[in-house]
Design a protein around this ligand. Structure first.
Ligand SMILES: Cc1cc2nc3c(=O)[nH]c(=O)nc-3n(C[C@H](O)[C@H](O)[C@H](O)COP(=O)(O)OP(=O)(O)OC[C@H]3O[C@@H](n4cnc5c(N)ncnc54)[C@H](O)[C@@H]3O)c2cc1C
Length: 415
């Protein structure tokens, strides 16, 4: 099967790269073994919240020089001072161009609310989620927080306690619907996805409850468990007489699942081919170029492309595998940067940066992978699998996945 570009991995990075290439007329296939980290997403994309030395970042554009000094292998360092801001604004245009509504900009981090009610800096947030321009203040003096009775993946009291520290008072309301009783018979079924399916069908009833019980507050805070497959959240906002804002719940993430599905459908509309549930297991590399890749489902029938993009994620998605003494990349056996001293993998203080989080696939500045130190000309490596960054401590996970994908698409298109 021949394509212009074969993309291995259909998470945020693989999808962004594939859509960008397809928009420019390339014939692309995505082969993806499973669902992605998007299913756990907060609804916000982080660009850069903290430098490796611990300094907090307000304007990511202004600290790229410092980042390059502190972390020369960081994916943003490979982009360089000039290209980083260009790709950030291209990413913002990319999402608005495909009608993914996000707020925020790369020149100034804003703040989102975590499931525990604390504020955390970020780059782009899904529309309808609670955000603030300030680290110590919310836009309201009083809010009403709602939660379905018995839903344990959302914590109204923690949120109310944190909001009070920011000067916002909350009243908490638990609500019920007859259809939720059916789910409640089995506590393990009372998860965000199942609740969303019920709420999506009962928007008018939910709107009545919110209107009745929120007198006196300026805004309504609602768990992000609505709007899985429809425009239900938009209809809820329209039917309620004051602003309704979402806060992420514990996974699964409704906004993440919705985004994954939306990007998948968008790619298909552009003529892309998406093979979900198939895993790439090996490849033929000849003369420093990938000639063919083979998957479990297609056996001896290979996929061939002028270019290959490896976007298989980190340990979480098995793009990287850790054994007791090494870390390797399982499809191409690409060079991986990791410490051979196992003591350096972990820090016993669990909230400190962990060494293993910076391990990843080595690339050149165009994100081409290498084997035994030799660049493979047509193999690009994108997203969470890359070396040199700590998505948790630096708050740069989605930013790395999106910017590396766009940079690779540009390199392929300019070839
Ligand atoms: C649990 C979790 C939550 C996160 N939440 C956030 C957040 O809220 N905000 C933020 O900014 N960042 C977040 N991140 C950081 C995250 O890494 C990025 O945001 C981003 O979604 C990663 O996308 P990716 O496409 O690079 O990798 P992934 O999302 O991991 O996707 C990799 C894909 O490759 C597939 N794959 C793996 N091996 C193969 C194979 N052999 N053949 C075919 N397919 C294969 C996997 O099934 C998967 O679909 C989170 C990370 C994790 C792990």
């Amino acid at each position: 099967m021949k394509f212009d570009t074969v993309i291995i991995g259909g998470g945020l990075s693989g999808l962004v790269c594939a859509i960008r290439l397809s928009q420019q007329g390339q014939r692309c296939v995505i082969i993806s073994s499973g669902q992605s980290a998007l299913h756990f997403s907060s609804g916000s994309y982080d660009l850069l919240n903290t430098l490796p030395d611990g300094k907090e970042v307000g304007n990511p554009f202004s600290v790229i020089g410092d980042l390059i000094e502190q972390a020369p292998d960081h994916p943003y360092s490979k982009l360089g001072v000039d290209k980083f801001p260009v790709l950030v604004s291209r990413a913002e245009q990319f999402f608005s161009g495909i009608d993914v509504p996000l707020s925020g900009c790369g020149q100034k981090n804003h703040y989102r609310v975590t499931p525990m009610g604390t504020l955390k800096p970020t780059w782009l947030s899904a529309s309808g989620f609670v955000t603030s321009d300030n680290a110590d203040k919310l836009p309201w003096k009083s809010v009403s927080i709602f939660n379905p009775v018995g839903f344990l993946d959302f914590y109204p009291q923690f949120i109310a306690d944190e909001f009070l520290k920011l000067g916002t008072e909350s009243d908490i309301h638990l609500f019920n619907l007859p259809d939720l009783d059916y789910l409640r018979r089995n506590p393990s079924e009372l998860r965000s996805t199942n609740i969303a399916r019920v709420l999506d069908k009962n928007v008018d009833e939910v709107a009545n409850i919110l209107n009745d019980k929120s007198e006196g507050s300026e805004a309504i805070i609602f768990p992000a468990c609505i709007g899985l497959e429809s425009d239900a959240f938009l209809r809820l906002q329209q039917a309620v007489r004051k602003p309704v804002l979402l806060i992420p719940t514990m996974p699964p993430s409704i906004i993440g699942i919705h985004t994954q599905q939306y990007l998948h459908d968008y790619f298909l509309k552009l003529g892309g081919v998406y093979m979900l549930g198939d895993s790439v297991k090996r490849a033929d590399v000849e003369d420093n170029a990938v000639k063919r890749v083979y998957s479990f489902n297609h056996g001896d029938i290979p996929f061939a492309g002028k270019n290959i993009v490896l976007a298989t994620g980190s340990y979480f998605s098995q793009g990287l595998i850790a054994t007791s003494d090494s870390v390797y990349e399982p499809i191409f056996n690409l060079d991986v940067s990791y410490s051979t001293d196992r003591q350096e993998w972990y820090n016993s203080k669990i909230f400190e940066p962990q060494g293993y989080q910076r391990f990843g696939v080595k690339t050149d500045n165009s994100f081409r992978g290498m084997r035994n130190g030799k660049i493979i000309d047509n193999l690009y490596v994108s997203g969470a699998i890359l070396e040199g960054f700590n998505p948790i401590k630096e708050g740069c996970g989605a930013g790395v996945s999106i910017l590396s994908a766009l940079s690779i698409a540009e390199s392929i298109l300019n070839k």
